[in-house]
Design a protein around this ligand. Structure first.
Ligand code: FE
Ligand code: FE
Ligand code: MG
Length: 167
């Protein structure tokens, strides 16, 4: 990367690249979990849930793009082999083997909560040391917070509908 751009970073750049590479793996796994979940999801409200999952998939892929660009800018290389995703991920992967809406929603809420934790930690680390990464992480965190809220609102609607059907 540009020498002055690197000079202004007040932390170990290799350590920062390592953390970003892990987040990059999370984003690809989240992308795939959402993308496939959107196709498989079954049960009440599956159309609304599928549309939301697909939108989130697109946004997770955008996060992977943003994180990759920053890793490269810092002089690092994003993970080149998908088999590494499992080794480096913070948040793991929940296979959508049970396509029931509620199961899919609960799995993805768990993923978003993990992502929020990951990006909050990255914000804390870069707050006083790297304004460029901090700004990027903030943008991603804003969307992860939105994702969690979207999914929790859908889950709440689902529960209310199930309750109404029983009455
Ligand atoms: Fe994301
Ligand atoms: Fe997300
Ligand atoms: Mg959304």
């Amino acid at each position: 990367m540009g020498s002055k751009g690197r000079e202004i970073i007040g932390m170990d750049v290799e350590e920062l690249i390592d953390l970003l590479r892990r987040a990059y793996c999370d984003e690809w796994l989240a992308y795939y979990q959402y993308w496939l979940g959107a196709k498989l999801v079954k049960g009440p409200m599956k159309d609304a849930v599928g549309a939301e999952l697909l939108q989130h998939a697109t946004q997770e892929l955008m996060h992977a793009d943003m994180v990759a660009m920053r890793i490269i800018q810092l002089g690092g290389t994003p993970v080149t082999k998908p088999e590494e995703w499992y080794k480096l991920t913070n948040c793991g992967y929940d296979a959508p083997d049970d396509p029931f809406v509620k199961t899919i929603l609960v799995q993805n809420i768990k993923g978003e909560q993990c992502a929020i934790g990951v990006y909050k930690r990255l914000m804390d680390i870069t707050k006083d040391t790297d304004p460029v990464t901090y700004n990027m992480v903030l943008q991603i965190l804003q969307q992860e917070v939105e994702h969690e809220e979207d999914l929790q609102a859908l889950l709440e609607d689902f529960e209310l509908m199930m309750r109404a059907m029983k009455e």
